[in-house]
Design a protein around this ligand. Sequence first.
Ligand SMILES: [Zn+2]
Length: 207
Amino acid sequence: MLTREIPLEKLTSKYIYTMKIMKIKEIPTSQNNIESQIQESDLRWDKLYTFGRSCTIDSYTRSFDFKCTHNILFLNKMLFKWNMVASPLCSFCKQEEENILHLFSKCSYVKDLWSQLNEIITVQLPPITPKSAFFGYPNSSKLINHIHLIFRIAVYKRRSLSICNVQHILNKIKNAKKIEENSSFTTLFLRERYTTKGWSTSNTSKV
Ligand SMILES: [Zn+2]
């Protein structure tokens, strides 16, 4: 961005090009698409695009969050169009086309998994919704959002088996906790998130 006045004689083509580029403000097509899918508008896109990555230091998890918030996590519906899978239907329930909205908010199989998880961990999890399928819960704690991201990744990766159980998800959450806690670089970062609520290690069935 140009923040100072430039004398006309020094105005090079590069400056002019930069100024023109800065004026281009096209809304990404994914924003309209997501808004129509979740039937909400006037979303705080700046917050939604950045919140997920603040919940974890793991690069795969951050990249997964990016794909969800930009609607570019390609599931069976799209993969079928590209002849990469045999069916556009959901890998678990086989009832509807598989996209982010269905897999992470509508699928009865996945909703049941989320309920089971809620029963065995110490943190109270909010219900999954069309909005949380794409963005998680920007108004809830980072811990809840981290757990939700781990959950969505586990479900996503288990599609190939068409089966996923709550113990598998619980193990993934425990592993993530161990990795992030053991990183001295993130000690402060974690202290802020994990000391208020959750992550109980006293009972092996809890996280
Ligand atoms: Zn389904």
